[in-house]
Design a protein around this ligand. Structure first.
Ligand code: SAH
Length: 190
């Protein structure tokens, strides 16, 4: 694991992003409920997705699915600016409060459909999604700069067997390259 990613995971207090009654479980290797039927991903998945983004300190990153704000904080440790979109207003407001209390000033929030990206802030060096669409939303590739990386789970969440795959897309002059990373299970992108 990249030492910069490990350092970021060590600095972000994960217990602050989960409901108080789950705080004792915050560092266990599992996903936890954050309300509204949504979950904070297990630490290994956050680490693997963050590492795949290959962030540099000057990068500007788009996140789809703010959720608790935990992944945004990890991104905020490693990149210059983070733009995070959440479709559920309650979750976004709670994440905004947590991240403000922890002193993050390089994270920007929007309530809305992240499948459309954040056109005014594009192009991005990296894009990450914490919810799974059934097909790749074109805006997320379009809003990457050439050489930029997109990490996203794609596939159906309806069936019980694992048919979601975590993909790494790299934008090239001609289009993009796609690499399959691992089978995963995320909440659907709605
Ligand atoms: N990164 C989060 C994990 C959030 S789970 C964390 O660290 O806690 C995925 C989130 O994606 C949920 O909060 C869900 O409401 C949100 N979501 C689902 N569809 C979305 C969409 N179309 N646009 C933005 N957010 C969406």
């Amino acid at each position: 694991m990249d030492p910069r990613v490990l350092g970021a995971l060590r600095r972000v207090p994960r217990e602050r992003f989960v409901p108080r009654k789950l705080a004792a479980q915050a560092y266990e290797e599992k996903a936890l409920s954050i309300g509204e039927g949504q979950t904070i991903s297990q630490p290994f998945i956050v680490a693997a997705m963050t590492q795949a983004l290959q962030l540099r300190p000057t990068d500007r990153v788009l996140e789809v699915g703010t959720g608790s704000g935990y992944q945004a904080a990890v991104l905020g440790e490693l990149a210059r600016e983070v733009y995070t979109v959440e479709i559920l207003e309650d979750l976004s407001l709670r994440a905004q409060g947590t991240l403000r209390e922890l002193g993050y000033s390089n994270i920007h929030f929007r309530v809305g459909d992240g499948a459309r990206g954040w056109p005014e802030a594009a192009p991005f060096d990296a894009v990450i999604a914490a919810c799974a669409p059934e097909a790749l939303p074109p805006a997320l590739i379009e809003q990457l700069r050439e050489g930029g990386r997109l990490v996203i789970p794609v596939g159906s969440t309806r069936k019980t067997d694992s048919e979601q795959v975590l993909w790494l897309y790299t934008k090239t002059a001609k289009g993009f390259e796609a690499k399959e990373l691992m089978p995963v299970r995320f909440v659907p992108m709605v």
